[in-house]
Design a protein around this ligand. Structure first.
Ligand code: GLV
Ligand code: MG
Length: 356
């Protein structure tokens, strides 16, 4: 077992010190782009102005013949683009693929100082994170980086779900997890070919009416992802890292996309992937807390004074626990407002509120 004190020592001579806290910056949408696609790459600077995170994707959805072009394209874009307040992430190829070694070696060596987070797919257990952790430390030392790169794992295999707590705690580099419903469904032999969202066949039905056995019976569609999402949120929260919903595949169905994102937001996720520019606004709306909820939470905090005891506000009981919920809401709203002037105004935060 690794000693507690060793955890925060660099894993290679000359590598930067590991962070003790994961920086919590707005990351409502992680917008995927294909760096091998010149048209898409040309749009990156413009999209960066409306996104919290832009991610150069090297893994699935990039054709085998374009893998090297995507990697080289990302290096070029990162070197030549000012992303401003928008973070730059990448999704590298899986650890068993023929591209991963060059992905990490080239990216850390050439643009390690411009990348915020490296997303690693198909993580099965802590051993995968230990490998990435050690390799990144060696590459950081070689490149002379002064800040450690953070790692984000995709939760998309049955074994990964089984080991989710150990994955979250495997390295101080762990920034967060994304839920990957497509690979996860395949890995578990779920019978859906959709990417996230509900399924009309996954339902419960009321009992037959004894007097009218043939009468139609009410059904209600259930959420096939609830267990995994909730488990991921608990694992992330207990390790001080951030949970995200991943992809929603039906680009035209923005209503169902919004429902899926909102279910994840309400459970505790802080963002989701956007696979198309149309999903950026959906994520911005859903992962920015509702204005009325924030105003209400500010009101409760004010009325609760030192936060102890019990008061009735508009007929609703408030106590030490509810004021904590309100503080979570307000501090998250402040975070969003710090990078989004429209929401800062709607929530009623002044510059000095945001500085405190
Ligand atoms: C994402 O990578 C997924 O497999 O859903
Ligand atoms: Mg996947």
């Amino acid at each position: 077992m690794r000693g507690a004190k060793d955890f925060f020592r660099p894993k290679a001579i000359g590598a930067p010190e590991p962070l003790r806290e994961i920086p919590f910056r707005p990351s409502r949408m992680i917008h995927f782009f294909d760096p091998s696609n010149e048209k898409m790459a040309a749009k990156a600077p413009e999209l960066a102005q409306k996104c919290d995170v832009m991610l150069g994707n090297l893994e699935d959805a990039i054709e085998i013949g374009n893998k090297v072009a995507a990697r080289e394209g990302l290096i070029k874009i990162a070197q030549s683009t000012d992303f401003g307040a928008c973070q730059l992430w990448t999704r590298v190829n899986s650890l068993d693929s023929p591209w991963i070694l060059d992905d990490l070696t080239r990216l850390v060596g050439e643009i390690g100082d411009r990348l915020d987070v490296i997303m690693v797919p198909k993580i099965e257990g802590p051993w995968d994170i230990h490998y990435v952790d050690q390799l990144l430390a060696q590459l950081e030392a070689k490149a002379g980086l002064t800040e450690p790169l953070l790692v984000h794992a995709i939760l998309e295999t049955a074994q990964g779900v089984t080991n989710v707590e150990e994955i979250c705690g495997a390295s101080p580099r762990m920034q967060g997890l994304s839920f990957g419903p497509a690979d996860l469904a395949a890995s578990r032999r779920m019978k859906t070919t959709r990417v996230g969202g509900g399924h009309p066949g996954y339902l419960v039905r009321t009992d037959p009416d004894a007097e009218h056995p043939d009468a139609p019976r009410i059904t209600a569609q259930q959420d096939p992802w609830h267990y995994t999402l909730a488990r991921m949120v608990d694992a992330c929260a207990s390790h001080g890292i951030l949970p995200y919903y991943g992809p929603f595949g039906d680009i035209r169905d923005l209503v169902a996309c919004e429902d899926q994102f909102r279910a994840a937001f309400l459970l505790g996720c802080v963002g989701a992937w956007s696979l198309h520019p149309a999903q950026i606004d959906v994520a911005r709306k859903v992962f920015s807390p509702e204005i009325d909820e924030v105003l209400w939470a500010k009101h409760v905090i004010e009325e609760m004074g030192d936060g102890s005891g019990c008061v009735m506000i508009d007929g609703k009981m408030q106590d030490d626990a509810t004021v904590k919920q309100c503080r979570v809401m307000v501090s998250y709203a402040k975070l969003i407002a710090s990078g989004d002037a429209e929401y800062a105004e709607a929530y009623g935060f002044s510059a000095s509120d945001l500085a405190s």
